[in-house]
Design a protein. Sequence first.
Length: 208
Amino acid sequence: MSVDLVIAIAGPSGSGKTLFTENLVAALAEQHDKIRVLREDNYYRSQDHLPMAEREKTNYDHPDAFEHELLEAHLAQLRKGESIEVPQYCYKTHTRLKTTETTTPRSVVIIEGILLFSCERLRSQFDIKLYVDTPLDICLLRRVKRDSLTRGRSVESVLSQYEKTVRPMFHEFIAPSRKFADMVVTNGGDNPVALSVIQSHLQTQINE
């Protein structure tokens, strides 16, 4: 099987990209075996060569933090019907795990991440581009809750990172990339109208 359609879901951290992705996959439950989900976060660059103190200083909200060239190559492989080895990233150690996850092609690939639209060559791989638009104050609240509960970080460190890199990089890279979207999804990931539109389109593509 080769990939027929690649859907990219971008937007700021905490905007609801993952929720929208999960809702979309759930809405297409009957075609679940024809859908594959990828995460841009898995393509954070390996930092094994750096001590932990240096890893903690990395600007994870800058395009250079991601190995977009590998993601681009992987999407091309999937379109050819080839399997890929997806890196696995650890948020606590700030680098990749030694193991990868073998991923086989599916008719539809959904990929979500904050900076997917920042790379022109990567954008050319996407058939449908969605931008999840959520007020920054809500994004911040969600990020604090997520990072403190699931990533072992203190509230102070989350707020410091937000002030130093997250917010500035949003204005420099993420917000401007909104113009490349085919559809802007408001209300975070909980937008039944947008979900219905994309679901109907995908069902048509999958059933052809």
